[in-house]
Design a protein around this ligand. Structure first.
Ligand code: NAP
Length: 351
């Protein structure tokens, strides 16, 4: 049993990211001290929201410079920490020119660098890793090889590669690397969080997170002429952040945890938005035929193979273990999507 001393700082890697910012907020509000790594602590725009959070909460926040690809760069940030929450990993699914360099190396070598630094730090007792449902499956078509037509924590993505779904591949090999390193030592244990597509209000004004970019695209007319019939699994960023903190401080927490509130199509999301915001924004109104997306996929940075194996294929996730092991409950998808868009409007991000 790993009981974490709440008087010791918690390390959060990739601290200025969309998800990590919520994790840091919860920790600081609970009065804990946080060590946050960022690639560039001098980039005041990226960290201003965190400094503001620290000003108004009981916990103390310290920034450390660290890059996933620099072998020893996490050591200083780990000093005195018993708990490490490793969220940093590149997240983008289109516009990838060199998957090995842009995604796979930072995800896999980055995980190794952080976890090996944790082993070098005698105080570390637990590592919580942000993986993804992308480490469970590659394409929606993989649902046909599951037992009972539903993804569970027993599933591993066996269909992604550097050439096909490289982001999913990067998350899969990074999580495998983490389990391998965890099993090779006994100083700390590993708890893994596997979220679906994370949405919900952002604490940062950054728009480079994939989750925020896509929500912006719903409001700026990118999908005005139609969306593909694509099922995704949605979860609220605040619930994912809470799950990380529970995973850190629940001594008996074990294994992988699917975090999904519900499955929806892109058109379902548009209808949820129209329900609240009416016709004020050019939300998509219809699904365009799969054959059209198959033809134009390369123009949108997607392959035809991707369209064949994903569009029109429903998916389902079993989220019972996360509720039982971590004691979390899920916000409804409708609330998540509407509050995310409201935050985008309130922050003037749609111009
Ligand atoms: P994000 O806002 O883009 O955050 C990614 C973080 O990774 C940023 O803080 C970034 O640091 C850091 N990072 C990227 N490359 C790095 C490098 N070479 N060295 C150091 N740090 C690096 O995205 P997010 O959605 O919060 O993602 C956080 C985690 O959740 C990732 O592991 C992602 O795979 C996982 N996840 C996300 C979703 C989703 O739908 N958003 C779903 C499942 C899992 P800088 O601040 O310095 O740029």
């Amino acid at each position: 049993m790993r009981t974490i001393d709440k008087n010791k700082p918690v390390l959060v890697t990739g601290g200025a990211g969309y998800l990590a910012s919520w994790i840091i907020k919860i920790l600081l509000d609970d009065g804990l001290d946080v060590n946050a790594t960022v690639r560039d602590p001098a980039d005041s725009e990226k960290i201003a929201h965190l400094e503001e959070l620290a000003r108004t909460s009981r916990g103390r926040l310290r920034f450390f410079e660290a890059d996933l690809l620099a072998k020893d760069s996490f050591d200083a940030s780990l000093r005195d920490c018993e708990l490490v929450i490793h969220t940093a990993s590149p997240f983008f699914i289109t516009g990838i020119k060199d998957p090995e360099r842009e995604l796979i190396q930072p995800a896999q070598a980055g995980t190794r660098n952080v976890l090996e630094a944790a082993t070098r730090t005698a105080t570390v007792k637990r590592v919580v890793l942000t993986s993804s449902v992308a480490a469970l499956y590659g394409d929606n078509a993989d649902i046909s090889s599951t037992q009972g037509g539903i993804f569970t924590e027993n599933d591993w993505n066996e269909t992604s590669s550097e050439a096909h779904q490289p982001y999913s591949y990067s998350k899969t090999i990074a999580e495998k690397e983490a389990w391998k390193i965890a099993e090779g030592q006994s100083q700390w244990d590993l708890v893994v969080i596997n979220p679906g597509w994370i949405l919900g209000p952002s604490l940062t004004q950054r728009t480079d997170s994939m989750s925020i970019k896509t929500m912006l695209e719903f409001g700026n007319g990118t999908y005005k002429s139609g969306v593909p019939q694509l099922w995704t699994s949605i979860v609220d960023v605040r619930d994912v952040a809470r799950a990380h903190v529970k995973a850190g401080f629940t001594p008996e927490a074990r294994g992988r945890h699917i975090l999904v509130s519900g499955e929806r199509t892109l058109l379902d999301l548009a209808l949820i938005l129209r329900d609240k915001f009416g016709d004020d924004y050019p939300f998509p109104r219809r699904e365009a035929p799969k054959s059209i997306f198959w033809l134009i996929a390369p123009l949108y940075g997607r392959t035809r193979k991707y369209v064949s194996l994903n569009v029109g294929i429903p998916i389902r996730f079993d989220n019972r273990y996360s509720q039982k092991d971590l004691g979390i409950s899920y916000r409804p998808v409708e609330q998540t999507v509407q509050e995310h868009f409201q935050q985008i409007v309130d922050n003037g991000l749609l111009g």
